[in-house]
Design a protein around this ligand. Structure first.
Ligand SMILES: Nc1ncnc2c1ncn2[C@@H]1O[C@H](COP(=O)(O)OP(=O)(O)O)[C@@H](O)[C@H]1O
Ligand SMILES: C[C@@](O)(CCOP(=O)(O)O)CC(=O)O
Ligand SMILES: [Mg+2]
Length: 375
C-alpha cells in the first residue's frame, strides 16, 4: 500500500519576518515541489522498523518501532484529528534520538527536519512500521519554503491513511483534499514548522497547503486572485542560512528597539496591503499592466529596505540588488534572508557571480496526493 503526496514551495512577495510579528504578508506557491512517498509493509515482510530516506541529501535512517514507543511513551493513543504540539519532554527525547544519528556537521540543519518527521509520523500514524521517502525540487534552506513543503507533503501522506480523512484509494492522478481536510492538514504541518522554525507565522505551510496567491495576517488567510501575470526571476545566492536563527535575530532586535521595530512592521503591513490591492485590481478603471508592474517593483524595493532595517539582508543579497539595478530592475530577498534567495525580474551577470537563477511559475495547486501512478 503506497501513497504519494506533493506540496509546493513558495515565494514571499512582501512581508517576511514582519508577518511573524502580526503584519500582513503576500505569498504565492511556485511550481517546485517536495514529494513524500509512504508505504506500509505487508505482514509477510515482517519488518518492524520506521525507515526514512532523504534523497536530496543522500541519508537514510531507521528506528525499531519498540524504541519509538519507549521514547514517545506520552503518545499512548495518537489522535490524527487533533493537531498537537510536541511537548518540551517529547522534544528532548526525540532530540536525543536524532543526536544518535550522527548527522554530519555540514548537514546538521537536517536534525530539525528529522525531529519534525518523527513527531508528525508518530502523532498521526502511531507506532506502525513504514518506509517514507522524501525527494524535492526545492533547494533546502534558501527561502523557498522547503521546510513547509516537507511538513505539508508529509502531513498529506500521513493523513491520507488516517481515520480523519476519507479518500478514494483509487486516485492514480494527483488529486486534492476537501476543504476541511486541508484545514486539518495545514494545522499538522504548522506543528512541524514549529519544530523547524521555532516561531513560524504559518504563512509558508498555509500557501503550500492551499496553493495560489494569498494575503496572510495573524494566522488567517485571504485568497488573492491575480489579474496580472507576474514574472519573477529567483536567484539562489547559495549562501547557507537557517530560518530559525534569523527569525530569532529579528525578535531580539525587537526586544532591544520595540518602538522602532513596531514602526518598521507597520510600514511593511502597509506595503503588503497595497501590493495585494494592486495585484487584484483589474481593468478598465485601474492601472495599466506597466503601471502595475512599476508599482509592485517599487513596493518590493521599499520592503527590501525594511528587511535591511530588521538585519536580515546579506552581502550576497546586496550584490544581487546592485547587479539587477544596473538593468533598472528592483530585487528583494524572499523567505528568511541571510543569503538564500532573491526575487527580482534578469540573469547572465548574476550567474557569472556564482549565483544560480531559477525560473518558477507563480501560483498553482497546493498539496495533492495520488495512490501510485503519477510522479
Ligand atoms: N527535502 C527535505 N529533506 C530533508 N529535510 C528537509 C527537506 N526540506 C526541508 N527540510 C528541513 O527544513 C530545513 C530547511 O528549512 P528552513 O531553514 O526553514 O529553509 P527553507 O524553508 O527556506 O528551505 C532543512 O534544514 C531540513 O531540516
Ligand atoms: C521569515 C519568515 O517570514 C519566512 C521564512 O521562510 P523560509 O523558511 O526562509 O522559506 C518566517 C515565517 O513567516 O515563519
Ligand atoms: Mg522554512
Amino acid at each position: 500500500m503506497e501513497v504519494k503526496a506533493r506540496a509546493p514551495g513558495k515565494i514571499i512577495l512582501s512581508g517576511e519576518h514582519a508577518v511573524v510579528h502580526g503584519s500582513t504578508a503576500v505569498a504565492s506557491s511556485i511550481d517546485l515541489y517536495t514529494y513524500v512517498s509512504l508505504s506500509f509493509p505487508t505482514p509477510s515482510d515482517s519488518d518492524d522498523a520506521l525507515r526514512l530516506q532523504l534523497k536530496e541529501v543522500g541519508l537514510e535512517f531507521s528506528w525499531p518501532i519498540g524504541r519509538l514507543k519507549a521514547v514517545l511513551s506520552e503518545l499512548d493513543i495518537p489522535n490524527s484529528s487533533v493537531p498537537t504540539s510536541c511537548s518540551l519532554e517529547s522534544t528532548k527525547s526525540l532530540a536525543a534520538l536524532v543526536d544518535e544519528l550522527k548527522i554530519p556537521e555540514a548537514k546538521i540543519g537536517l536534525g530539525a527536519g528529522v525531529l519534525a518527521f518523527l513527531w508528525l509520523y508518530s502523532s498521526i500514524q502511531g507506532f506502525k512500521p513504514a518506509t517514507v521517502v522524501i525527494t524535492s525540487e526545492l533547494p533546502l534552506g534558501s527561502g523557498l519554503g522547503s521546510s513547509a513543503a516537507f511538513c505539508v507533503a508529509l502531513s498529506g501522506a500521513l493523513l491520507s491513511f488516517s481515520d480523519s480523512v476519507s479518500l478514494d484509494l483509487c486516485h492514480k492522478e494527483w488529486t486534492s483534499f476537501g476543504e476541511s481536510e486541508l484545514d486539518l492538514l495545514n494545522k499538522w504541518a504548522f506543528e512541524g514548522e514549529k519544530i523547524i522554525h521555532g516561531k513560524p507565522s504559518g504563512i509558508d505551510n498555509t500557501v503550500s497547503t492551499y496553493g495560489n496567491m494569498i494575503k496572510f495576517r495573524s494566522g488567517s488567510l485571504t485568497r488573492i486572485k491575480s489579474n496580472t501575470t507576474l514574472k519573477m526571476l529567483i536567484t539562489n545566492t547559495k549562501v547557507g542560512r537557517n530560518t530559525k536563527a534569523l527569525v530569532a535575530g529579528v525578535s531580539d532586535r525587537t526586544l532591544r528597539h520595540p518602538k522602532g521595530m513596531a514602526s518598521v512592521f507597520n510600514a511593511v503591513d502597509s506595503i503588503s496591503t497595497e501590493m495585494a490591492n494592486i495585484i487584484q485590481s483589474s481593468a478598465p478603471d485601474d492601472l495599466s499592466i506597466t503601471e502595475k508592474e512599476a508599482k509592485i517593483e517599487e513596493l518590493m524595493e521599499m520592503n527590501q529596505g525594511l528587511l535591511q532595517c530588521m538585519g536580515v539582508s546579506h552581502a550576497s543579497i546586496e550584490t544581487v540588488i546592485r547587479t539587477t539595478l544596473k538593468y533598472k530592475l528592483a530585487s528583494k530577498l524572499t523567505g528568511a534572508g541571510g543569503g538564500g534567495t532573491v526575487v527580482h525580474e534578469v540573469t547572465a551577470e548574476l550567474e557569472s557571480c556564482g549565483f544560480r537563477c531559477l525560473t518558477a511559475a507563480i501560483g498553482g495547486n497546493g498539496v495533492e496526493i495520488c495512490f501510485g501512478g503519477s510522479s
